[in-house]
Design a protein around this ligand. Sequence first.
Ligand SMILES: O=C(O)CCC(=O)C(=O)O
Ligand SMILES: [Fe+2]
Length: 293
Amino acid sequence: MAPILKLPIIDLSSPDRISTANSIRQACTEVGFFYLINHGVEEELRVRVFDESRKFFSLPLQLKLNLSRKEYRGYTPLDASSSKSEGDSKESFYIGPLEDITTQCKLNQWPSEEILPSWRPTMESYHRKVLSAGKRLLSLIALALNLDEDFFEKVGAFNVPAAFLRLLHYPGELESSNEDIYGASAHSDYGMITLLATDGVRGLQACFILVNTFLEKQNQPRIWEDVQNLEGAFIVNIGDMMERWTNCLFRSTLHRVMPAGQERYSVAFFLDPSPDCLVECLRSCCSESRPAR
Ligand SMILES: O=C(O)CCC(=O)C(=O)O
Ligand SMILES: [Fe+2]
């Protein structure tokens, strides 16, 4: 059994924004993971998203394959989700930005209304709500970085945010006893922030290492700790782009999903800046003694 990682709890609705920002700074510099509570996404909506996700993944494979992933939107079956030889035992479905001034909004794929009538409105509603929570969280993250609260808005990160919802299903029964098969093998997320909801089945682990530079990370022994679910909270983690944006002040922490011997569902929301937003070392994160990397 891996030790349990104790994560800080951040209250998105706390009136004391300065102290919340300080807690976020500590969480992001030390672990790169925290729980987010009072985020405004109703429990009832989360339950519906998981219900609809279960319904979709229970459909016959051919129906799911009709929505095979194109332009980062749609269905990825088991075994094809990883390019690594070890393989990840999961299937997934991506939903991209909903409101988009480019053609991107037409790229989303939706299961037919005859088969899953509430699917699209449920996912759209969740996408909008989590995006709104994510933007509010980023205003606190800006404060945590000694920037103006509306910094990310001002630099255009929210013009057309690259906000992707990823529904995940880990089937549980493994066809192989191969120890190299994971639910999701070790990775860091590539973007700004991720807001993750799980069904409570264990499996998620984060890797805690003391150093925080890209090269040094490769050579460190990996110590894995369990990230437990906290009822009603999002598990938030920092991605690689945010690590770079902050000159490696914030950590993009390696994580993975171990097979739990049980079916598992999760829903990740990856919030990245608008593609036209310039990402360059934040002025509050560099100094003479800490030059931009
Ligand atoms: O399923 C999970 O708990 C984590 C998923 C994840 O890390 C990802 O999709 O990037
Ligand atoms: Fe991840």
